[in-house]
Every structure is written in C-alpha cells, then in structure tokens.
Design a protein around this ligand. Structure first.
Ligand code: AOF
Ligand code: ZN
Length: 371
C-alpha cells in the first residue's frame, strides 16, 4: 500500500479498479436479470475519468455509460469491465465497437462472458482492433457477483439458494423475532437479490414478510407458490390483487382450488401451471425460460410442499447454496417443526466454501455451496 500521513491507502492497481467495477455493478443488484450485473471504470493517468453500470435488461450496458461519462478522456485510456464486453447486436449494440470508436487503448476484463453468443468473441474483436486486452483480474470476485447469471447461462435453470432459520437443536423455525433488525434486514437483502422466492401455499398465510416486501419494494421477486395435494383445496387469502400479478402457482394435477380463490386468480390473471407429476427440474426450467436467474427457497416450518421440494432438490442436485441462520434458542416442543427436515434426502451431501458471521441480532449466519 501507499503510506500517506501514517495511513495505508489501498494501492491503485488493476485489482483496485476491478473491485470498483464490482461495487458499481452491485448498484443494480436484483434488477438486471436475465442480464448480468456489470460495472465499468475508465482510467487515464491514474485517475478515474468515467464510471458506469448496467441498470436493467434492455438498457445500455455498463461500458456505454462509462464511455459516455468519460467523453473524450476515453481516448488512450484503460477500461476496466467486470465482464467481457459483448460483441453482438442484442437489445443493444456491441460494446466492443463502442470501445473501438472511443479509441480506448487497453481493456482489462474480470471474466469471460459464459453467454455462448459472446464467449471470448468480445476479447478477440478488441484484440483484432489492436486494443491490448487483459483477462482475469479479480476473477473470483467477478464470478461470485454473477454466480446466478453464470449458472443459468450454463444450465438453463436458475441458481437456487435454500434459506432457513434453525434453532440450536435443529428445528426449522419461522422468523421468531420480527424486530430483529439485522436478521430480518439480511432476509430482506436476500429477497432483493433473488428474482423469485419459493413459498408454500400454507406458509403464505402464516408469514407475510415476503408478501410485504413484494408490495413495498421497487424490485419485486416473483412469488413462486408450490401447491401439492396436501394443500388441496387451495386457499390463498394472502394473495391479493396487489401481489397476484407477480405470482405464479405450480400445482400438482390433483390439487383442487377453492372456488373463491379460483375466481380471484382468474380475474387477476395469476398464472397457474399444472404438472402431471410435480418435479423441481421442470419448474426450474420453466423459471429459467422466463428469465429468472436466481431463486430463493424460503423454507418455513414443516410443510409437505417443502419436504417435496427439498427431496427433489437434493436428490437431483438442483440446489446450489444453503443460507442458514441459527437462532440461539433450544426450541421447545411447541416451537418450530416437530419432524424437521432431518429425514429428507437419501444420500448425504457436503457443503463447501463455508462462510459464517454473527448477525447483530445474535443469530449465526452460515452460508455454503452444495458440493
Ligand atoms: C456487457 N456489459 O453491461 C452487459 C452485458 O440483450 P442485450 O443487448 O442487453 O445483451 C445481453 C447480453 O449481453 C447478456 O446475456 C450478456 O452476455 C451481455 N451483457 N455485457 O459487456 C453489460 N449487461
Ligand atoms: Zn455490451
């Protein structure tokens, strides 16, 4: 680092500017799907002369905002981009051409774009135009930023994170303390980050957090309601006219719908997809096809729908991440799920890349990726 009046300043190397790109990209967290989050910084003579990020699918890419911000300063400058610039005409024209036109001298790329229509073609185009290109700066950070986008690009399915609150004795709990700022704050952050949230028809009635968030936030995760035979006949009192347009119901073919609910759903145009056999794979394919990159399964107390989802997810390898909050509580028999989820899944599955911290409210947060 650079010593400045006794304080170490972060050295302004390629990593520094790339981390700034990631910081910028995150300003659009939860808003870009099916597109990735991308940030771009233009640097000349050690100074940032332009910054930009991709705000939303359909809008210009990060590079275009940064180049516009830099204006003529972009000439002979170095452009840092967290994702390889595109080289195709999609909803917007290719960023490579904008870079070439602006006479950028050097482009530093965080990671190659897994999108098959880009996949290194952007890098090749820039090099072909005589621009120096460096690939793979802060690559791990850039991959983590777009883990959901990358997963969908490679599999067609959304990235699935399983979230739940557990007691010290391993019971699944509903949110126990709504006043717990940081804990519920973290939960709201998860809702913000994900494109859809899976919630069973039964827990929709008991827990209104996701619904309330859906009503108030500018960025609304799609409510994905799973209805199995045990929830039949389906009553959805919490599904009001306000939230219904941002909800989809996946129902087993044997599920019957309560007449009042049925007429409401028809009136509000809530999509109901009926399956002969409820299966998580096709549900995820469907959601991926709708442009959802990430899904949060918000596990609540014992419910057969969750048992089904979990079983399929674990056995078919469709879950990518686990986000567990451990509440410092030994739950008595009146609290939480009695059966728990301990019996779900035949085979054991390991977790890797674990991270943990204690949230301000006192809960322990543990996150990990399924092996
Ligand atoms: C970038 N910078 O900021 C973004 C990129 O439909 P379009 O025209 O928006 O193209 C979408 C594709 O472009 C997307 O799948 C990804 O490959 C790339 N997105 N690329 O260089 C950006 N958003
Ligand atoms: Zn682009």
């Amino acid at each position: 680092g650079i010593r400045c009046e006794g304080v170490f300043l972060e050295e302004r190397d390629d990593g520094f500017y790339m981390r700034r790109c990631v910081e910028l990209a995150k300003k659009a967290v939860g808003c870009t799907s099916p597109n990735p989050m991308v940030g771009c910084v233009i640097v000349k003579n050690g100074e940032i002369v332009g910054e930009g990020f991709h705000p939303k699918a359909g809008q210009p890419h990060a590079e275009v905002f940064a180049l516009n911000d830099a204006g003529t300063h972009a000439e002979n400058a170095t452009a840092y981009v967290s994702l390889e610039p595109c080289n195709h005409y999609g909803r917007t024209p290719p960023c490579t051409e904008a870079m070439i036109r602006a006479k950028v001298k050097h482009v530093v790329v965080g990671m190659v774009d897994p999108n098959p229509i880009v996949a290194s073609k952007g890098v090749e185009r820039l090099r072909g135009a005589g621009i120096e290109v460096t690939v793979g700066v802060e690559e791990e950070l850039c991959r983590k930023l777009n883990e959901a986008y990358i997963h969908r690009m490679l599999t067609g399915k959304p990235f699935v994170a399983l979230r739940y609150l557990s007691s010290f004795n391993g019971r699944i709990l509903n949110q126990v303390n709504d006043e717990d700022e940081e804990s519920s704050g973290y939960y709201l952050q998860l809702l913000q980050e994900h494109d859809g949230v899976v919630i069973s028809s039964t827990s929709m009635a008991s827990d209104s957090k996701a619904l309330a968030f859906n009503k108030t936030s500018a960025k609304q995760p799609l409510l994905i309601i799973i209805a199995t035979v045990s929830d039949s006949p389906l009553h959805l009192p919490a599904l009001t006219a306000e939230v219904a347009p941002r909800a989809i119901i996946f129902a087993d073919k044997n599920v019957t719908v309560d007449p009042a609910t049925e007429s409401n759903l028809r009136r509000w145009g809530t999509e109901i997809v009926v399956w002969d056999q409820m299966n998580l794979g096709p549900i995820l394919d469907y959601c991926g096809g709708q442009g959802l990159c990430s899904i949060l399964i918000d596990l609540k107390e014992d419910s057969s729908a969750y048992h089904e989802i979990l079983k399929m997810g674990l056995e078919e390898g469709l879950l990518q991440k686990v986000v567990m909050e451990i509440c410092p509580l030994w739950a008595g028999s009146e609290e939480g799920s009695v059966k728990g989820f301990s019996s779900v899944g035949r085979k054991s599955v390991g977790l890797k890349d674990l991270q943990s911290r204690i949230l301000k409210g006192g809960n322990v947060l543990v996150e990990g990726y399924l092996c």
